[in-house]
Design a binder for this molecule. Structure first.
Ligand code: NAD
Length: 476
């Protein structure tokens, strides 16, 4: 069994030690949850939703502790509060949407066999493992756990070992709602605990890197259980010739650097029409140079530190590779202090697609900018990636729409960036290595946790075997 020590945040404070849940602990938890799940599924929808409402109240009450824990682990205050607000918003969203989604008319007459009437029964998948990353620890667990619970599943959650502090206050809130506690458990640990949770579950929701997603997908394939994989991105932003340059620079900066670029939908590649290129680079560099870091106090400045310091090493290696291969640095770079690492937004030009920062996810506030001559070239450049999570296009609306529709990206924000962080009711499916499985956004966010059982009723006398007996046909 592994012992984990998560470092104190870079400004000091105590470290956080925990023991990972062993495979035996995971099995015991899975057994308990699986035993309770049928009773939870048998409740009326409004009864399950009342439990979720009571939990919302408990979460609000424990809000300050949750936010303090998230702030300690992520090194950012405002976004930790936003994470809690976002999580409460998700619960409210599913409380409002679930009754209609779970009572959809599901009976009729078959078009291919008109004597057969059918009815659909929706059966929750059972025990769902939710394995989540460190960049938004609370939100990225609850984004899957809440609709799974609303659908009648039990949930065994395994959050990232790098951001464990929120689990204590979270589970205190869960314990205050006994009906929920019976079907929702969160276990701390690293890859071994995650793998055990996957092995114990009837379905898995995984949010994380492509490398781990491949392992989770392969194991789910071996076990033949449903897998919903939300993986990395390398999101492009295109500034068309008819965009407003000043606005475009502002949107690009925010879309790339917010949360220190540690968001899956961060802008990591920027393509600008040649006619705007010089003005755009000048404005972006000026705005990026004015961004402040919270090196002194967590409640000051625009950007927090890297949550996992190893991420700083990766960003540094990508920058070194770009500079060694001819890139020009306009501003920004790594700032290391007392064991913590920050990054002032980096603007680069003279870049090309063979550089590491185009081939790998960056997860940092790095903006490589490249000019293009026409829409076709912009589209080709944006699509030249194995990732396909989301994208952004800035320009006159009809023009931007025509370009957006040709991008290989699950969601495209027009005249803004990263709109998927605000819009949770619209379905989207990733392209390439950015994800597999039905959308976590929109109605399928809940419906994917239900197996549809077809009850098929024959309304005329059933065909006897003799109807299928070969008989010698007489020549006409
Ligand atoms: P990661 O893949 O290293 O880890 C994610 C989770 O998987 C952690 O809880 C980890 O303990 C667990 N894990 C590791 N190995 C495992 C295994 N073999 N079996 C089961 N579980 C295992 O990802 P990370 O570094 O924590 O998060 C960053 C990544 O998440 C980035 O690539 C980012 O793009 C991605 N992400 C995607 C989305 C999205 O919605 N598409 C959202 C946020 C983050």
């Amino acid at each position: 069994m592994t012992n984990f020590l998560v470092a104190a945040n870079p400004r000091g404070g105590a470290g956080y030690r925990f023991q990972a849940a062993s495979p035996t602990d995971v099995l015991a938890a899975a057994e308990r949850l699986r035993a309770a799940q049928p009773d939870w599924a048998a409740l009326r929808v409004d009864e399950r939703l009342s439990a979720l409402e009571a939990w919302c109240e408990a979460l609000r009450a424990t809000g300050p502790e949750l936010v303090a824990a998230l702030t300690e682990d992520t090194g950012r205050a405002l976004l930790s509060q936003a994470e809690l607000d976002g999580a409460l918003g998700r619960i409210e969203h599913w409380r409002r949407q679930s009754p209609a989604l779970l009572s959809q008319p599901s009976q009729g007459v078959s078009a291919t066999a008109p004597s057969v009437r059918y009815e659909h029964r929706c059966d929750p998948l059972g025990l769902v493992a939710v394995i989540s990353p460190w960049n938004f620890p609370l939100l990225l667990m609850l984004v899957d756990a809440v609709p799974a619970l609303a659908a009648g599943c039990a949930v065994l959650a395994k959050p990232s070992e790098h951001t464990p502090r929120f689990v204590e206050p979270l589970m205190a809130s869960v314990r205050s709602v006994p009906a929920l506690e019976a079907v929702f458990q969160c276990l701390l640990g690293g890859p071994e605990t995650g793998a055990a949770a996957l092995d114990a579950a009837d379905a898995v929701c995984f949010t994380g890197s492509v490398a781990t997603g491949r392992k989770v997908g392969a194991r789910a394939g071996e076990r033949l259980i449903p897998a919903f994989l939300e993986l990395g991105g390398k999101d492009p932003l295109i500034v068309l010739a008819d965009a407003d340059v000043a606005q475009a620079a502002d949107i690009t900066l925010r879309g790339s650097v917010i949360a220190t670029g540690q968001a899956c939908q961060s802008i990591e590649r920027v393509y600008v029409h040649r006619s705007l290129y010089d003005a755009f680079v000048a404005k972006l560099t000026a705005a990026a140079s004015a961004v402040t870091l919270n090196t002194e106090r967590v409640d000051r400045g625009h950007l927090g530190p890297f949550i996992d310091p190893r991420q700083a090493d990766l960003v540094e290696a990508q920058l070194e590779d770009a500079l060694a291969n001819g890139a020009t640095l306009h501003c920004g770079g790594l700032v290391r202090r007392d064991g913590g690492a920050w990054c002032a937004p980096v603007v680069l030009t003279g870049v090309h697609h063979t550089m590491r920062l185009y081939r790998e996810e960056t997860f940092g506030p790095v903006l490589p900018v490249m000019p293009f001559a026409n829409d076709g070239e912009a589209i080709d450049l944006a699509n030249d990636s194995e990732f396909g999570l989301s994208a952004a296009v800035l320009g006159e609306q009809a023009h931007a729409l025509s370009v957006a529709a040709r991008l290989r990206a699950g969601a495209v924000s027009l005249n803004d960036a990263g709109l998927t962080s605000q819009v949770s009711d619209v379905e989207k499916d990733s392209y390439g290595v950015s994800g597999v499985g039905r959308s976590r956004m929109g109605p399928s966010g809940l419906l994917r946790f239900l197996r549809r059982q077809a009850l098929l009723v024959q309304t005329v006398p059933a065909a006897p075997l003799d109807a299928f007996k070969e008989v010698e046909r007489q020549p006409a």
